[in-house]
Design a protein around this ligand. Structure first.
Ligand code: ACO
Length: 366
C-alpha cells in the first residue's frame, strides 16, 4: 500500500452508513433522524429524542421511554454504593467512568437503558460525595433533566432550568461519526458489549479537543474578566501557541448550528435570572473578539464558534461546576453512542483499518 494513501487522522474518510444524524459541515446544518437540531432543542424532551435515536434498534423499545428511563435511574443509583470519597475526589469524568465500568456488558435494551441513565445518576452522586454530602436518590416520576438537577442540588429545579438542561441534552445527543462515537462503534464491532462501547466513548469524550473544552471556556472567560481585556488576552493565548476553547471544528467550516441552539436556550434562561444577562453580554463580546482574532490568525482556515462555547454558559447558569461539564455532555451523548453501537452491530462487520509500517525493515535480534 502506498504511503500517500494514509488518511492521517481519518479526515475526509467515510467509515459508516448511519440513519441517526447528518452533519453538513459546509451549510452548518445538523439533523437528527431528519429533524433539525434547533427544532428539537426548542421543543423536544430528552426522553423523546432518546426514543427517536434508539427506535428501530431494539424490538422491545416501549413507546414512552420516560418510565423506563426513570426505572433505569433507580437501578443505576444502586451502583453508587461503591462510590467512596477517594474516587469521588478524582476528576469527575474519571470517577463516573469507574462506576460505569462496574456495569455488566450486554447488548439488550435493559443494559442500554441502564447505561443511558448511568452518567445522569453517577455525576450528581460523585459531585455530592466529593463535597462530603450523601447522594440523592432519583425520582423516577420526574423528567430526566429535572431529576438530574434535583439529584445534584437536593432541591427541585424550576421548569425553566429543567427545560434549559433538556435543550442541552437534546442538542448534544448525536453528531455523526465524531471521535467518541467512532470509538464506541469500533468497540461495538468487536461484540464486546454496550458497556464497553460506552466506556470507550466517554474516554474519548474526555479530551479537551472533543468534550473536555467547556470547562476551559469558563476558565478563559474568568481569566479575561472584562470585555476590554478580551483582545489582549486572546492574542496572548495564540502567541503562547494555545487554542481558543470553544472555537474551530473538524467538520463545520461555518458556525456550529448547536452553538445557536444553545445560545437560544441561554437567552430563554436569562429571562428568569439576575446574573445571566450580564454574563451573556460579556461572553458575546469575547466571542466576537475571538472570531475577529482567529480570522487574522488563520485567514486560510475558517474557525467559528463551536458547541462548547454556549454549553459552558448554559451549564454554568444551571449551577453545575465546570469540572462536571464533560460528564453532563456524556449524559446526553450516551444515547447516541448506544444507537450507533447497535447500528454497527446490525452491520455485522468488524472495524479494522490498516497501518503502513514505517520503521526499520529488518533487524537482527541480539
Ligand atoms: N484556536 C486556535 N487555533 C486553532 C483552533 C482554535 N480553537 N482550532 C484550530 N486551530 C488551528 C490549529 O492550531 C491548526 O493550525 P496549524 O495548521 O498552524 O497547526 C489549524 O487551525 C487546523 O487545526 P487542526 O487541529 O488541524 O484542525 P482540526 O479539524 O483537527 O481541529 C478542533 C478541530 C480539535 C476542534 C480544533 O478546532 C480545536 O482544538 N478547538 C479548540 C478545542 C475545542 O473547542 N474543542 C471542542 C470541539 S467541539 C466537540 O468536539 C464537541
Amino acid at each position: 500500500m502506498s504511503k500517500d494513501l494514509v488518511a492521517e487522522s481519518l479526515e475526509g474518510v467515510v467509515a459508516a452508513r448511519t440513519v441517526l444524524s447528518d452533519v453538513d459541515g459546509l451549510a452548518g446544518r445538523l439533523t437528527i433522524r431528519g429533524y433539525p437540531v434547533e427544532a428539537l432543542a426548542h421543543r423536544a424532551a430528552f426522553e423523546d429524542v432518546a426514543h427517536l435515536l434508539l427506535d428501530g434498534f431494539f424490538e422491545d423499545l416501549p413507546p414512552d421511554l420516560a418510565p423506563a428511563l426513570g426505572a433505569a435511574r433507580l437501578r443505576a443509583f444502586a451502583e453508587t454504593a461503591a462510590l467512596d470519597e477517594g474516587l469521588a475526589r478524582r476528576d469527575p469524568v474519571e470517577a463516573v467512568r469507574a462506576l460505569i465500568a462496574r456495569l455488566p456488558d450486554g447488548e439488550d435494551l435493559n443494559t442500554a437503558l441502564l447505561l443511558a441513565a448511568a452518567p445522569a445518576v453517577f455525576t450528581p452522586a460523585v459531585l455530592r460525595v466529593a463535597a462530603g454530602q450523601t447522594p440523592v436518590a432519583p425520582d423516577p416520576a420526574l423528567s430526566h433533566a429535572a431529576d438530574i438537577l434535583r439529584m445534584t442540588r437536593n432541591a427541585p429545579a424550576s421548569d425553566g432550568e429543567a427545560r434549559a438542561l433538556d435543550a442541552y441534552l437534546v442538542t448534544v445527543s448525536d453528531h455523526g461519526l465524531n471521535a467518541s462515537t467512532f470509538a464506541a462503534r469500533v468497540i461495538a464491532s468487536t461484540r464486546a458489549g454496550l458497556a464497553s462501547a460506552v466506556l470507550g466513548g466517554i474516554s474519548a469524550l474526555k479530551g479537551p479537543l472533543h468534550g473536555g473544552a467547556p470547562g476551559p471556556v469558563i476558565e478563559m472567560l474568568d481569566a479575561i474578566g472584562t470585555p476590554d481585556n478580551a483582545e489582549a488576552w486572546l492574542k496572548g493565548a495564540l502567541v503562547r501557541g494555545d487554542r481558543l476553547m470553544g472555537f474551530g471544528h473538524r467538520i463545520y467550516r461555518v458556525r456550529d448550528p448547536r452553538a445557536d441552539a444553545l445560545k437560544a436556550a441561554v437567552r430563554q434562561l436569562a429571562q428568569t435570572s439576575n446574573a445571566l444577562p450580564g454574563r451573556l453580554v460579556f461572553a458575546e463580546a469575547v466571542e466576537q473578539a475571538a472570531l475577529r482574532i482567529l480570522r487574522e490568525h488563520k485567514p486560510e482556515r475558517p474557525l467559528d464558534t463551536n458547541v462548547e462555547f454556549y454549553t459552558a454558559l448554559l451549564l454554568e447558569a444551571l449551577g453545575l461546576p465546570p469540572a462536571s461539564f464533560t460528564c453532563v455532555f456524556a449524559m446526553g451523548r450516551t444515547v447516541g453512542w448506544l444507537a450507533h453501537a447497535r447500528e454497527q452491530l446490525a452491520s455485522g462487520k468488524l472495524v479494522r483499518p490498516q497501518s503502513i509500517y514505517v520503521g526499520p525493515r529488518t533487524r537482527q535480534a541480539a
